[in-house]
Design a protein around this ligand. Structure first.
Ligand SMILES: Cc1cc2nc3c(=O)[nH]c(=O)nc-3n(C[C@H](O)[C@H](O)[C@H](O)COP(=O)(O)O)c2cc1C
Length: 161
């Protein structure tokens, strides 16, 4: 796991605003894309990990009683482990996740609600089993309060971000 303790601080760039790639990945696909993209653009990386990590049973989405289903249907908050202490130093944030039931997983909403997005440009990117990006940006925007702009795309690799 790459987290805030390993991410280099924007202040090391001489105080200039920096770019962050933050991502959640349950199966590794989004993680691969996010890490490759961060490497390519020289951005800091933060892995969004739920305080209570998902087990295989939790993400068996065909089971209506599975945790992922209960969270999504209930619009629940899913607390995130760790905190990005230097969040204010980033002006551009790439936020990646898998599409769950046609939109961002609830843990992404909770992550968003934990920070002040004022003045920030947000690029959402998602991997999926085939679904398009749909209304992901519209649905997530209320959790990214203050963001100057939020766009979103479905990708299959880092070259498409
Ligand atoms: C709970 C859950 C819900 C999902 N819902 C969708 C969906 O609505 N549409 C889709 O195309 N794929 C869906 N998928 C598949 C994932 O979006 C896809 O496999 C993604 O690339 C997984 O990324 P990850 O390995 O980073 O977790 C779902 C997967 C899970 C676990």
């Amino acid at each position: 796991m790459i987290n805030k303790t390993e991410a280099k601080k924007a202040s090391e760039n001489g105080g200039e605003m920096a770019t962050l790639v933050a991502y959640f990945s349950a199966g590794g696909t989004t993680a691969r894309v996010a890490k490759e993209y961060a490497e390519k653009i020289g951005a800091d990386v933060f892995e969004i990990v739920p305080e209570q990590p998902y087990t295989k049973a939790d993400i068996t989405f065909v089971n209506p009683l599975a945790r992922c289903n209960r969270e999504q249907i209930g619009g629940k908050d899913v607390p995130v482990a760790g905190k990005i202490e230097n969040f204010s130093e980033y002006d551009t944030i790439y936020l990646g996740f898998p599409i769950w039931y046609g939109q961002a997983p609830r843990v992404i909403h909770t992550f968003g609600k934990g920070y002040d997005w004022s003045g920030k440009t947000v690029h959402l990117f998602a991997t999926s089993g085939g679904s398009g990006i749909g209304k992901t940006a519209e649905k997530l925007s209320p959790s990214l309060k203050g963001a100057v702009s939020v766009d979103a795309k479905r990708v299959t690799g880092a070259a498409e971000i």
